[in-house]
Design a binder for this molecule. Structure first.
Ligand SMILES: Cc1cc2nc3c(=O)[nH]c(=O)nc-3n(C[C@H](O)[C@H](O)[C@H](O)COP(=O)(O)OP(=O)(O)OC[C@H]3O[C@@H](n4cnc5c(N)ncnc54)[C@H](O)[C@@H]3O)c2cc1C
Length: 438
């Protein structure tokens, strides 16, 4: 039975007010559940969401991953309707500039990706090498495999040229990921959810093998029928508090990543004429940023040593990784200048063993998780929120997600995904790219 607005006990406590936790709070409150969302930080979206490149694109390595990502394009296009309330900070904007991916041997010249797009009905166009070079100030020389900047072979072509690319039209980026999360907070509050910031969860309370609630650093206790772990890179710490890690086949950990923020070449208006650009030949992705800047991120090539860190103790200064990122991008965009001062973001991904998220229950009755977002789930958060609400609702009604996982209907593209795909008990998904591409 739902008891909307009733405080302590709540129906659902959400740990984390990033884009995932805020979205789950919104959809649960809209369904009439009483929701308390707790975050250790000072506001919504101040965790890893704040550093997100917030790229929207439909291509993932699996059909289900691609279908959800393509669906997300419509949530962002209809953001004003999705939020449904005003926000004193304004609404985040979706720049639907498309996402251009180079055809490379590493991605099988995008043939598998285009087959998936055909299956889910997502639009795309093939671009020849000349068309790519007309669209953007790039060359099509091949440099693979990706190397570190101190490699003597760095920047030397391998003798091949890339044959062109594919423009995925249902792509682009969100101008301000933190603002988008604030929008969701305001919508959730309008639906009755309560947010409490500067509130760190330090214990998961259970009674007779069932969830009972949480305790916070300041000694507050909150009771609930269900608790959702949406703690981003801290997800494994919350799972350890709940004692549920042992029962998971797929686990999560925090991976440090740098994103470079550099001026676009002077003679090209990247902000207005650019697009999202992904290139597995140089293992780099780009997107326009305001002020005619470019954001540059890594696609995790094998030569990069992963920086697994403690999310409470990691270096927020730029390192050689920043320089390598910009130099890799400059192979493709020869007029890119390399600024003397590093600017950008140092943040964490919450990475699962196969870079596919865990959206699931746990072995502790009433304790759920929306974690392991692996650097690629910002776009999907509005859908994930609804999916988690449905899953928790089914659980509260006695359904066992492990033996009878719920289906989730993607309303815009009229397709159904089975949430068993995201189970913590799955075997490592070998179809995954094992990178930020998902
Ligand atoms: C550099 C970077 C680039 C990215 N680029 C893209 C992209 O282009 N496209 C895309 O789709 N995705 C991208 N992502 C991934 C995407 O941003 C994440 O998947 C998403 O933001 C994760 O949201 P979250 O809510 O799970 O985590 P977070 O935003 O980290 O939120 C978790 C919250 O939990 C809180 N918390 C933690 N522990 C506790 C506790 N004990 N008690 C209370 N609160 C707690 C934290 O304070 C935090 O606010 C990127 C990520 C990064 C880091």
């Amino acid at each position: 039975m739902k008891h909307s607005q009733k405080k302590n006990p709540y129906d659902i406590i959400v740990i984390g007010a990033g884009i995932i936790g805020a979205s789950a709070s919104l959809s649960s409150a809209r369904k009439g559940y009483s929701v308390l969302c707790l975050d250790a930080g000072p506001g919504a979206g101040y965790g890893s969401t704040s550093g997100s490149c917030a790229i929207i694109r439909p291509y993932y390595s699996t059909i289900d991953g691609s279908a959800i990502a393509y669906e997300s394009h419509y949530y962002w296009k209809n953001w004003t309707q999705h939020i449904g309330v005003s926000d004193e900070h304004g609404l985040a904007r979706y720049v639907n500039c498309g996402s251009l991916v180079m055809k490379t041997p590493q991605n099988d010249f995008l043939e598998p990706a285009c087959l998936i797009m055909d299956e889910i009905g997502a639009p795309y166009s093939h671009l020849s090498a000349d068309e790519v070079c007309t669209r953007l100030p790039v060359n099509t020389e091949a440099f693979a495999p990706a190397k570190n900047a101190d490699d003597p072979q760095f920047g030397l072509g391998n003798g091949e040229h890339l044959p062109g690319g594919v423009m995925f039209h249902s792509g682009g980026y969100i101008t301000d990921p933190q603002l988008a999360t604030h929008n969701i907070q305001r919508a959730a509050e309008a639906a009755g959810a309560v947010f409490s910031f500067n509130t760190r969860v330090t214990a998961i309370e259970q009674r007779a093998g069932k969830i009972n609630g949480v305790s916070t650093e300041s000694g507050q206790r909150y009771e609930a029928r269900a608790v959702l772990n949406a703690a981003g890179p801290h997800s494994y710490k919350i799972n350890q508090l709940a004692g549920v890690e042992e029962g998971m086949n797929i686990k999560t950990r925090a991976l440090r990543h740098e994103v470079a923020h550099v001026p676009a070449p002077e003679n090209f208006d990247f902000e207005n004429n650019g697009c999202v650009f992904s290139d597995s030949d140089i293992a780099t992705y780009l997107r326009p940023e305001h002020g005619n800047h470019i954001l540059i991120g890594s696609e995790d090539p094998p030569c990069d040593t992963p920086q697994w860190v403690d999310p409470d103790d990691f270096d927020r200064n730029f390192s050689e990784q920043w320089k390598t990122l910009v130099m890799r991008a400059a192979q493709r965009v020869p007029e890119l200048s390399i600024p003397g001062q590093a600017k950008g973001v140092v943040e964490l991904y919450d990475v699962s063993d196969d870079w596919i998220p865990i959206y699931d229950k746990s072995d502790l009755d009433g304790f759920y998780m929306a974690i392991g977002t692996s650097g690629n789930q910002f776009k999907n958060a509005p859908i994930v929120g609804e999916m988690m609400t449905n899953m928790i609702e089914a659980g509260l009604e006695g359904r066992n997600q492990d033996t009878d996982p719920i289906d989730f209907h993607l309303k815009y593209i009229n397709r159904t995904v089975n949430t068993g795909f995201y189970s913590r008990l799955r075997e490592v998904n070998k179809e995954s790219s094992f990178s930020v591409l998902g």
